[in-house]
Design a protein around this ligand. Structure first.
Ligand SMILES: Cc1ncc(COP(=O)(O)O)c(C=O)c1O
Length: 468
């Protein structure tokens, strides 16, 4: 039973030590030869063509078999697959699932802009003006004035010289990190960074080192140990951690990046709309100078009620990505309607700071109620993401299922999206939730979780079936 975005073997912190490309550039050519030799040694020995086996059916691949094993274990104790639930209409603070209205804590509508008539009108006007597709990459036929208007607004938001939009947030990280960094470079990243950051790092071929979540002493130790062996170094973190709902110590990160000559990249996917007065983002928490962050990254898919991603930074950075980032150069432009929706949402966010204030009040209420009910909310703060830690994967799935039965939609998150035995329910708060919704939801969560634990739910499963 896998979640969207789950990538077996791709969990945070699964790699330090023997990374491809993890060698010094001081002796660049010799290092490259040694690297190629090491890679050749890792390859299975060459077979005669007549001995090559038949292509393995996909259902024999280990990832597929893991999924099947988990599904058998879930079926054994009567847990349904919680993923791919179909919402019949608009998924906001309330949603319709299987013809029934439920309170919804599973969608990114932090500031309640997804159904805002001004946002919808802007998107419709862009369709009327430009059609539904940009019909090409930005380099060829895809540029429309709305792209430039959105990029100018995003650059202003970060006090940056320029910005660039991509068709997806995930591909923004993959293409940006994948292009900016390369062999002989070093990426230091918070162990809880999103999959898209990790995939970009792998693509880049740079050496990678995870530091324990928000642990500046651990990062400093890694820098002391490793920085001198590499050409460029990038520190990557998130402005609001997507699974844990807490914020990074940006001022300390800036201190370290300056001291050790690194670039700093901050992924604001969840921070925009949730963090700081008016939801401006993580830079507001400690009042840092926005120019100290070399690469601001964000998504249009959360607070900005669209889909797509962006980078903001210096003109040179943006020119570089515009000319070389594969997910920009070789992919279609952002659909004009989405660019228009995101631009309007950003403008409304700026004009109506009370939206973010309501979201933050709701998050604070959720946290206070949850703590009073004895629920473990980890390190989360009063922003938009609050996990309720469960531990066991199947208990988290069953809790989600029983909450849906009682009128609350919230998704479980499990390994490998989070570490093993750190399964949780992840609640996305919205400015549109009512205090009553929150109180009822927390009370139900605490009641059902207590009952599941008291009944010893899940303990009857043979450990072998869980792969333990
Ligand atoms: C921190 C972070 N970065 C990037 C992304 C990818 O963004 P998108 O879903 O808009 O492609 C996500 C997705 O949830 C995320 O949580």
């Amino acid at each position: 039973m896998m979640g969207p975005g789950d990538q077996p073997g791709d969990q945070p912190g699964d790699q330090p030590g023997d990374q491809p490309g993890d060698h010094s550039v001081a002796d660049g050519r010799a290092g490259a030869i040694a690297g190629a030799r090491a890679a050749a040694l890792r390859r299975p020995p060459r077979m005669a063509l007549q001995d090559v086996p038949m292509a393995v059916p996909f259902d024999r691949l280990p990832d597929y078999q893991d999924m099947e094993r988990m599904q058998r274990a879930a079926a054994m104790i009567g847990v349904q697959n919680p993923f791919f639930r179909v919402h019949d209409g608009l998924a906001a603070a309330r949603s319709q699932i299987a013809g029934r209205e439920v309170m919804n804590f599973a969608s990114y509508d932090y500031c309640g802009l997804n159904a805002d008539p001004r946002v919808a009108e802007a998107a419709k006007a862009a369709i009327d003006a430009y059609g539904t597709s940009p019909s090409g990459s930005r380099l060829v036929a895809g540029c429309r004035p709305i792209h430039e208007a959105l990029e100018t607004a995003l650059a202003q938001h970060y006090g940056a010289a320029a910005a660039l939009t991509f068709v997806s947030g995930h591909s923004t990280n993959v293409s940006t990190i994948g292009h900016l960094m390369g062999e002989g470079d070093l990426i230091l990243y918070d162990a809880l960074c999103h999959n898209s950051i990790q995939v970009g790092m792998k693509l880049s071929g740079a050496a990678r080192r995870a530091f324990a979540h928000n642990d500046m002493a651990a990062l400093e130790a890694l820098l002391i140990e490793n920085r001198g062996r590499y050409r460029h170094a990038l520190i990557a973190t998130e402005g609001l951690f997507s699974m844990d709902g807490d914020v990074p110590p940006l001022a300390a990160l800036i201190g370290l990046k300056r001291r050790f000559g690194c670039w700093l990249m901050v992924d604001e996917a969840h921070a925009l709309g949730c963090v700081g007065a008016g939801g401006v983002g993580s830079f507001a928490v400690e009042g840092i100078d926005r120019g100290e962050v070399d690469v601001w990254m964000g998504t249009l898919s959360k607070t900005l009620a669209a889909t797509g991603g962006y980078i903001a930074g210096s003109s040179a950075l943006i020119d570089l990505l515009r000319g070389h980032a594969s997910g920009f150069v070789y992919s279609v432009a952002l659909a004009p309607a989405l660019a228009a929706a995101a631009l309007m949402a950003l403008q409304v966010l700026g004009r109506e700071p009370e939206r973010a204030a309501r979201l933050q009040d709701n998050a604070a209420l959720f946290l206070a109620e949850a703590r009073a009910a004895g629920l473990d909310t980890g390190t989360s703060g009063p922003f938009g993401v609050v996990p309720v830690m469960v531990g066991d994967t199947l208990v988290a799935a069953k809790l989600s299922e029983q909450l849906l039965d009682r009128g609350v939609n919230v998704m479980p998150v499990m390994f490998p999206a989070v570490p093993m035995r750190a399964a949780r329910l992840r609640f996305f708060l919205s400015a549109l939730h009512s205090a009553e919704d929150i109180r009822v939801t927390v009370a139900l969560t605490a009641e059902i979780l207590r009952d599941l634990r008291q009944s010893g739910f899940g303990t009857a499963i043979p450990p072998a079936l869980l792969g333990l």
